[in-house]
Design a protein around this ligand. Structure first.
Ligand code: AVI
Length: 325
């Protein structure tokens, strides 16, 4: 039994590595070169992201926490008695805890969904102690793909999806629509969706948020090359690449790139990749929305806008939607 679990885990790891290898090779051989942003989050990348959320220039996490704390009661009022709260990409459940506290007496269940099963199982144990009256039902799944909710969540009086952190901004608009459609299918009739979204604002604030003085965002970006070196036998020399981040006003997105400081050849998984001096690998887009542009996207796939909460500077928003019947 134990051997079977170990074998399955190894097989899963190998499958994940080969998907990483295929995506990296495809992206580095394309024009322009790119690597999907989801690969930032190995253990070191996740730690660096945690540090980013505490930087003075990186306002989104602080703003969202403030909105949640300030309007927890109003947001909890969106939740019907006996409902199940389903968090997409729950991680440490830090933000959901605020809603759990405000709606603990009404919530039948909390379903944290994340690709990292180990982390959510650990969190679930703590949540069971802190919220004994709420059923904690973790699900390990890719939030962008169809997955099944536990029977108790399906049988609940209603389902409330929660997708904080402006993670939706890291999706291309068509992927964001795909996520919203998938969420509608998973949550089903009688459901609500609460999303945290970063708002369009002045380039100065956005450029500072992704070019912090301490250089943590640069380390986060460059860590992708370290990961490729470790996991795919890459030969990237980190001091020959530079972090570039800027707000693209026409496309309402902050772009992150890694720019080669010279003409060079790099090996990755046995392939040779050539770089011109100044050529970049596009590593991330972080789309910024207006209240209206997110509403339009959501409406297009059947979610009707219900309420919006924003901070006093109008930097960040939490928006709620109901599924059209
Ligand atoms: C996770 N995501 C919402 C962050 C963002 O702001 O797009 C990732 C990030 N990239 C650089 N800094 C933070």
């Amino acid at each position: 039994m134990v051997a079977a679990v170990v074998t399955r885990k190894r097989f899963q790891q190998r499958a994940e590595t080969s998907e990483f290898e295929a995506d990296v090779l495809e992206g580095l051989n394309a024009i322009p070169k790119h690597v999907p942003a989801k690969y930032f989050y190995d253990a070191a990348g996740s730690r660096l992201f945690e540090r980013i959320t505490e930087l003075p220039e990186y306002y989104p996490t602080r703003c969202e926490m403030r909105i949640l704390l300030r309007h927890a009661v109003d947001i909890a009022n969106m939740i019907r008695s006996g409902a199940a709260l389903v968090e997409f990409g729950s991680g440490s459940s830090r933000k959901a805890r605020i809603l759990l506290k405000a709606a603990a007496t009404k919530l039948a269940a909390y379903v944290p969904v994340d690709i990292c099963g180990e982390m959510i199982e650990q969190e679930a144990a703590e949540l069971r102690t802190d919220f004994p009256q709420v059923k904690i039902l973790p699900v390990t799944a890719d939030i962008c793909k169809p997955f099944k909710l536990p029977a108790e969540a399906k049988a609940a009086a209603a389902r409330v999806g929660f997708f904080p952190g402006s993670t939706i901004g890291n999706f291309e608009p068509h992927e964001a629509a795909g996520f919203l459609r998938n969420a509608a299918n998973i949550l089903g009739r009688e459901s609500t969706l609460i999303i945290g979204v970063d708002l369009i604002k002045s380039s100065d604030i956005l450029n500072a948020a992704y070019n912090d003085a301490e250089g943590v965002t640069a380390q986060f970006n460059l860590n992708l090359l370290t990961r490729i070196n470790h996991e795919l036998g890459g030969t990237f020399q980190l001091d020959t690449f530079e972090h570039h981040a800027f707000y693209n006003r026409e496309r309402h997105r902050v772009e992150m790139h890694l720019a080669s400081l010279k003409r060079q050849k790099v090996k990755v998984a046995g392939d040779t990749i050539e770089f011109r001096a100044g050529e970049t690998i596009h590593t991330e887009n972080s789309y910024k929305y207006s209240i209206e542009s997110l509403s339009a996207l959501a409406r297009g796939v059947g979610w009707l806008p219900v309420a919006v909460w924003i901070d006093s500077r109008k930097y960040f928003s939490i928006q709620s939607f109901k599924l059209a019947v």
